[in-house]
Design a protein around this ligand. Sequence first.
Ligand SMILES: Cc1cc2nc3c(=O)[nH]c(=O)nc-3n(C[C@H](O)[C@H](O)[C@H](O)COP(=O)(O)OP(=O)(O)OC[C@H]3O[C@@H](n4cnc5c(N)ncnc54)[C@H](O)[C@@H]3O)c2cc1C
Length: 438
Amino acid sequence: MSSLGTAGRRHFLAASLGLGGALLAPLVLGRSLPELLPPAGTRRVLIVGGGWGGLTAARRLRQLAPELDVVLIERQASFRSLPLSNKWLVDRTPDALMQQDYGRVAEAHGYRLIRAEVTAIDREQRRVQTAQGTLGYDWLILAAGIRHDYGAWFGDEVGAADAARKLFPAGFMADELDAVKRKLAEFKSGDLLMTIPPPAARCPPAPYERAVMIAWLLKTRRIRGRLILVDPGGGMQRFNRVFAERYKDQIVHLTHAPVKSVDPFRKTLSTEFDEINFDDAILIPPQQAAGLVGQAGLVERDAAGQPGGWAEFDPLHLHAIGDERVFLVGDLLGKVSPLFGHYPKSAHMACHLGRIAAAEIAARAQGKAPPQLLPESICHVHTDAEPMEMLRIDASYRRRGDGLITQAVRQHEDPQPRGEDAQWAQALYGEMLAPQPF
Ligand SMILES: Cc1cc2nc3c(=O)[nH]c(=O)nc-3n(C[C@H](O)[C@H](O)[C@H](O)COP(=O)(O)OP(=O)(O)OC[C@H]3O[C@@H](n4cnc5c(N)ncnc54)[C@H](O)[C@@H]3O)c2cc1C
């Protein structure tokens, strides 16, 4: 368990969020709040976050250990998919494939759902706190995804961070998608700027796929505008070719251009070489694990003891270091192996990690040895919109003789996709959502 006391953890969260102490009041633990549910007659698994990882874990736990009380806490009313969303932004994926009501899902699989924002986790007392009340757990699965690290651009300037979030949302969290879609529908001319987040980040090919979709939109709607792509790296080979050969009038790709500063009020962004004015923007800042990871004292540290942005965990069993009551799943995970760093932050990977955490907890609850499982990742990205072209990126994992996990990545280009991405999504939905015709 973390050596940080409650006060230390609060301070730590403030540091990791780049916030002042005044904003910490809602996180104080131990306030007298009602119980959200009566005490369970049996042992309880609490899952925080109903994304790809949390929903899969909930369903799998019901199958593997029906004797456990499974409770999912999620702040949104419905599940929204980020996979397929780039095509959805330009009206090339039906709404029906994008979302489903959480109540229906929980009812279909027989677990309990609480709609609430979790504000704090007390690992010593094994309790989570929300604005409405608290809840105890025997095991906790933390599957809360990512947060945007606006602090990396704006430091303590909360007003600038709020303006960037509100006026130029990233569309990298599900509740930001509608605003980005509206923005694209309303964009009539000028320079639309989009930043690519530095690693580690959620689904690294996704911003390039989005760039192609936006460029296609500009071209087919004959919009007199450009997409300025500000990229801290060199891009992805396949996309770089498509940008240069098919969308040279629509995309200006600035490579090796880390963001130095952003002014959301004046609509300017600076890199080491350029100051860029923009008419509108999709600002995707650097990313970190969801804030609860820092609050719960679960953030990884470097050799000098400095906190990083992601969760520290046992790579073989997915529990927190020194706390086998807390399991970590999905995009919030930190480094897995010195051989390759992070697992890909993909939905496919989050589902597999959810299955593994469920198998671990079920085995522990039943007094069995947990199975030794490693995940995999499959990611479909479109490299052009019309005709559709696709790239499939597969990653697989093995355990080496010395115990380290190794990674093998393969890419397949598909010039004639036939809806494999939608079939992939439906296969996973079949496990984690309620049955429904698409
Ligand atoms: C544009 C885009 C395209 C992508 N395309 C693909 C793709 O084609 N294939 C693929 O495999 N992956 C893709 N991904 C990546 C994929 O979306 C993520 O890897 C996946 O969502 C991670 O799942 P997760 O469960 O870790 O987090 P999430 O899906 O983000 O779920 C986290 C959940 O936790 C909830 N939550 C967070 N904090 C709290 C709190 N304090 N209290 C209560 N609830 C909370 C959130 O509301 C959310 O529902 C894409 C991502 C993007 C942005």
